[in-house]
Structures are given as structure tokens and as C-alpha cells.
Design a protein around this ligand. Structure first.
Ligand SMILES: [Zn+2]
Ligand SMILES: [Zn+2]
Length: 298
């Protein structure tokens, strides 16, 4: 389904949900798609052969999996996510999968990845970056202009895209779904995520859309604020539980981040995200490590 944002900007809603994503098509003099992770059928609506430029909001496979449908088209991503998308050998490092063995010793992530359709060896042909961009950069597509807003937290190079004339914001994986915010990889960071969301709130967009909800929202300030405040609520839950000493595994079993661990990946992400909150609490001197791997509120 295509949703018109303006006569030149269209939201490509992926008919298939995660591990696919919505994309943004700028149907202007320089035809550009932001993210390529809509399912194949949904992508056909914008005639991929006509596209001049591909921009990725960040390196995750659900956003880059369709890059292979744009051979010969330049692929651009923020400079801090370029290494993650340039070489398949960086995949485990940037997705924190080399921590799997330590956090999830009972299960094999390759088996699980196959089950949820994210088996990275199926994606060997997406690892290519031709151009990079930076925070604040303006892009001109003809009649449409857009500003890159660097919004790290979800990944280090995650970006949102601001269309001031339309007062429209495409905020990528500041996803606004019930499951978010997500900061479960090596260079993800809840503090950066909070700062990034605050940056977007200040823009006061009339309309915003993300890569994982199937609509355009007009209530940007309350929606982004509620989304940001979930990070604080998670941290409050963790701190409360740490009235008694506990480690990462025990905290994760208490479901501090996710209400349901529907797959081992969700449990893995929960552990990674709990770890990041613990680091914040130690930094604020609100918790201490009472013995190796065991933490307690101060
Ligand atoms: Zn992502
Ligand atoms: Zn995503």
C-alpha cells in the first residue's frame, strides 16, 4: 500500500510485518527510496527500476534487505553505520551476536535466526555502501528538500529524515510500536535514544511515520514523549528490583523490558538492554556491583 504524504512523497507500507519494514519513496527528479525492507510485492508499487538513489536509515537487515533489488544504484548510509553494512564479516560484531555465546549458552543463534527469517548468510548480496552522509546534511531531490537528523541510540548511525516544507518526519526505527524502543546491539545506547527522541520532539512535526507502524501520526509530541518515557519506566523497574542483589539473567527473567519472550532473540535483546540500563545506573551511582555480575541499588 502507498500512502501519500505529498504529491512527491509516498510511504510504502510493507504488507508483511517484521522482519520487513515500511519505506519512504520520493518520487521527484531524483527518485529516491529511504530503506528497502518492504516485502517484494510492496516494493514493486514504486517501480524499483526507476529509482536513482537508495538511502538507508541504519544498517539493520530489515531495512537493507531489499538493497539487492537496486543494482547499479548508489547506496548511502550515515558514516557511523557504514562499516556495519560494508562487510558481512562485521555482521556478528555490530549485531552483538558475538555476545550470544555468553548470554544465551543454551541455544544456537543460527538456528533461531533461520526460524525468524534473519539468517544473515541469505543476505550476502546487501553488504555494499557507496556514499555516506552526516547529521544536518540537506538533500535536494528536485522540488523536495530533506534534512538528515542523526538520531543514534537504536544503532550508532541511525538517522531520521525531516521534510520541513511538508512538516513531515520519517523516524525510521524510533519505531513507535508497542515493543519499542529497542537498543539491543553493541553500539546502541538508551541515553543516546533519549537525546535523539528529544531532538525529534523539538522539531514539532505535523505528521510523522516510522518504519514499523502502518499509519501516519499527527500527535507527534505526546507519541514521542510516551515512547521516550518507556525507557525511564524500564529503568525504574530494574532499580526497584535491585533492592535485592541480582544479575543480568535474573533481571531478564523478570521481564523488565519485554512482557513476552516470544523467541530466544527477544530474551537475548532483553539481556543486552538490561545490561545497558545497569551501566547507566552504575554511572548515576544509583547501583553498585556487589560481587562480579551481581548488582544492587544504592
Ligand atoms: Zn533497526
Ligand atoms: Zn526495523
Amino acid at each position: 500500500m502507498l500512502l501519500d504524504i505529498s504529491d512527491k512523497i509516498k510511504l510504502v507500507i510493507s504488507e508483511t510485518g517484521f522482519t520487513y519494514c515500511n519505506c519512504l519513496f520520493i518520487d521527484d527528479d531524483v527518485k529516491t527510496i529511504i530503506d528497502t525492507g518492504a516485502d517484494y510485492g510492496s516494493l514493486q508499487q514504486i517501480q524499483p527500476a526507476s529509482v536513482d538513489r537508495v538511502i538507508n536509515s541504519h544498517h539493520h537487515i530489515d531495512h537493507t534487505r531489499g538493497n539487492k533489488y537496486f543494482p547499479g544504484v548508489k547506496i548511502a548510509i550515515h558514516e557511523l553505520d557504514a562499516a556495519a553494512l560494508s562487510d558481512i564479516n562485521n555482521f556478528e560484531y555490530y549485531n552483538s551476536l558475538d555476545q550470544w555465546h555468553e548470554l544465551m549458552p543454551e541455544t544456537d543463534y543460527l538456528e533461531i535466526a533461520k526460524q525468524i527469517g534473519l539468517y544473515f548468510e541469505d543476505f550476502v548480496d546487501i553488504f555494499r555502501v557507496d556514499e555516506t552522509f552526516q547529521d544536518g546534511e540537506w538533500m535536494d531531490f528536485g522540488k523536495t528538500t530533506m534534512q538528515v537528523i542523526h538520531t543514534p541510540g537504536h544503532s550508532r548511525g541511525h538517522c531520521s529524515f525531516w521534510f520541513p516544507e511538508e512538516s513531515f518526519l520519517f523516524c525510521g526505527d524510533i519505531c513507535l510500536t508497542k515493543a519499542g524502543p529497542w537498543y539491543g546491539e553493541l553500539l546502541a545506547d538508551p541515553t543516546d535514544m533519549i537525546d535523539s527522541i528529544n531532538k525529534l520532539i523539538e522539531l514539532k512535526p505535523d505528521r510523522l511515520a516510522s518504519c514499523h507502524i502502518k499509519k501516519v501520526c499527527t500527535d507527534s509530541t505526546p507519541r514521542l514523549t510516551e515512547f521516550r518515557d518507556r525507557i525511564y519506566k524500564r529503568e525504574e523497574r530494574i532499580l526497584k528490583y535491585l533492592a535485592n542483589p541480582a544479575g543480568i539473567d535474573e533481571l531478564a527473567q523478570q521481564k523488565m523490558i519485554y512482557r513476552f519472550h516470544v523467541s530466544p532473540f527477544v530474551l537475548f535483546w532483553e539481556k543486552l538492554m538490561v545490561q545497558k540500563h545497569i551501566q547507566r545506573l552504575l554511572g548515576f551511582d544509583l547501583a553498585e556491583e556487589v560481587e562480579p555480575g551481581i548488582f544492587k541499588a544504592r
